[in-house]
Write a protein that binds this ligand. Structure first.
Ligand code: HEM
Length: 482
């Protein structure tokens, strides 16, 4: 076999990779050094825009397998056969910090799963906390602007202990519930292998008879939930900023497998208006005593990426990627998310980003979308439209199975949901914590709020008191507020 050697991108052999082409040994360098120009020009373009949120992350490959068929609830093919393994790719992430930020800062963690199913890709793009800060997607850009560095100074680069974060939070009462999660020790997980995952939004499952049911997703780590406390997390952010990334990669390399169980909560569509909260509001959980967790299947992560850029950085997850049998509810946060992800990915990665191997479905893709930057599909013939009488064996629309009837009526309006109920679940969450976890929540809140202007502190305390008087007063005492 011929020995491999260095080449240019045009496959021309490179005989000297150490010296530029110059006039004499001192230069100047010649414009005709095409080898130098190609190498430097490629290097100059080696970074793509980082994700606007969730920029720092770690990925792994694996498979998903149901324990038993979900046919009574959904016709999704990958949820039918307990013998079948569906390949998955998972990306865990922090949210607020940039691509080079530390893993252990207080933040929600992303938990995004791409299932490469026989009916196309299904993405379950979740977080490690069951609720969210806001309930309407139109507030997301404001929220992220307030959380990230200030436009004049770019500070702070990844921390919530600043006026702008708490200014927004204190004026957004529905965020109080999420605050009781992020500021508990769940905001600093010990390992990606030891945190839960939640779909947060409400989706709809539809079976082959067209019957629909609301569904919420929960991932449970086989190792149980374990967190760092504030002091350990702060120390690790300095000592090993890649702590969670390293832990996942080293464990898969050493032990071969990391496992999570998938569970769902189901709610009859007819029961939506019978609750004392709005079940389609992403700032709410569904009580597990009324809507018990049903085990669905397991996910095993067993292979590390070989190339971080092509597999992790270029991965594109999107809550709009659903398969037959899984649909959207009218949850206003979810509705906005179904637009935002593919939109940012067309900008971040380019028009044909779904052709990248990590994003490409294993199921065949057939349509007439051609051209665009970086097109690599192989097409032939004159027909790139449908219907056409020219081509034999033209692709036709797929046969549709029974689908749900979803009739929606109402006035066109910009309006808050009726049943906001912003504080009840925040209070219940605080009271459900063990004494030590309550103390850590209070301590974590004080450690952040101590840096904040008094009028903002005051507004935060007012919201916390509405959730639970003891919680609000304990934080107020720590801040020496009346
Ligand atoms: C209206 C609310 C939201 C909007 C508009 C939004 C938008 C975005 C955008 C634009 C990205 C970057 C995507 C990319 O560049 O590939 C992103 C990433 C992500 N979002 Fe959201 N998001 C919202 C709420 C949520 C919620 C509620 C969750 C959790 C349930 C979540 C989980 C994630 C995750 C896990 C990622 C990272 C995906 C990855 O690893 O590549 N987001 N989001």
């Amino acid at each position: 076999m011929k020995e491999k050697h260095l080449t240019t991108n045009q496959a021309v052999p490179i005989t000297d990779n150490q010296n530029s082409l110059t006039v004499g040994d001192h230069g100047p360098v010649l414009l005709q050094d095409v080898q130098f120009i190609e190498k430097m020009a490629h290097f100059d373009r080696e970074r793509i825009p980082e994700r606007v949120v969730h920029a720092k992350g770690a990925g792994a490959h694996g498979y998903f397998q149901v324990y038993k068929s979900m046919a009574p609830y959904t016709k999704a093919q990958f949820l039918q056969n307990p013998k079948k393994r569906t390949p998955v790719f998972v990306r865990f992430s922090t949210v607020t910090g940039g691509r080079g930020s530390a893993d252990t800062v207080r933040d929600p963690r992303g938990f995004a799963v791409k299932f490469y199913t026989e009916e196309g890709n299904y993405d379950l793009v979740g977080n490690n906390l069951p609720v969210f800060f806001i309930r309407d997607a139109i507030k997301f850009p404001d929220m992220v602007h307030a959380f990230k560095g200030a436009p004049d100074s770019n500070m702070p680069s990844s921390s919530s202990a600043h006026n702008r974060f708490w200014d927004f939070i204190s004026l957004t009462p529905e965020s109080t519930h999420m605050i009781t999660w992020v500021f508990s020790d769940r905001g600093t997980p010990k390992s990606y292998r030891m945190m839960e995952g939640f779909g947060v939004n409400t989706y709809v499952w539809v079976n082959d008879k067209g019957k629909a049911v609301y569904v919420k997703y929960h991932w449970k780590p086989k190792l149980g939930v374990h967190n760092l406390d504030r002091h350990e997390a702060t120390k690790l952010a300095g000592a090993d900023p890649d702590y969670l990334t390293r832990d996942l990669r080293d464990t898969i390399a050493r032990e071969g497998e990391v496992e999570y169980g998938l569970n769902v909560q189901l709610m009859d569509i007819a029961d939506e208006l019978k609750q004392d909260f709005d079940p389609l509001d992403a700032t709410k959980t569904w009580p597990e005593d009324k809507f018990p967790l049903m085990p669905v299947g397991k996910m095993v992560l067993n292979r590390n990426p070989k190339n971080f850029f092509t597999e992790v950085e270029q991965a594109a997850f999107c809550p709009a990627s659903v398969v037959p049998g899984i649909e959207f509810s009218s949850d206003k946060l979810l509705q906005g998310r179904t637009f935002s992800y593919a939109d940012t990915q067309r900008y971040r990665l380019g028009a044909n980003y779904l052709q990248l191997p990590i994003n490409h479905p294993l199921a065949p893709v057939n349509n007439h979308q051609r051209d665009g930057a970086m097109q690599i599909g192989e097409f032939s013939g004159q027909v790139n439209y449908e219907p056409s009488s020219f081509a034999d064996g033209m692709l036709k629309e797929a046969l549709s199975s029974v689908s749900r009837v979803n009739r929606i009526e109402g006035e066109v309006t910009r309006q808050k949901i009726n049943l906001t109920n912003d504080f009840a679940q925040a209070g219940e969450r605080y009271r459900s914590l063990s004494k030590i976890d309550q103390e850590h929540l209070v301590d974590n809140l004080i450690a952040d709020l101590i840096h904040i202007d008094k009028p903002i502190q005051q507004r935060v305390i007012e919201n916390l008191i509405k959730a639970d008087a003891k919680l609000g007063k304990s934080v107020a005492n720590g801040l020496k507020l009346k």
